[in-house]
Design a protein. Structure first.
Length: 49
């Protein structure tokens, strides 16, 4: 029971680091649009059959 505080503290540290990392991510719009276009073509073929 006495280790619960440590577990909670490490969880908070991990979540804080995770949020910092997520904020640094950027979307590569060119690749995103290419993937979206490929997905659209795939879905069109899928529903034509």
């Amino acid at each position: 029971m006495r280790n619960i505080g440590s577990c909670f503290a490490y969880t908070l540290i991990a979540l804080s680091s995770f949020i910092k990392g997520i904020k640094k991510l950027e979307v590569n719009e060119k690749v995103f649009n290419q993937d979206l276009e490929k997905l659209g073509k795939y879905l069109q073929k899928l529903f034509k059959q």
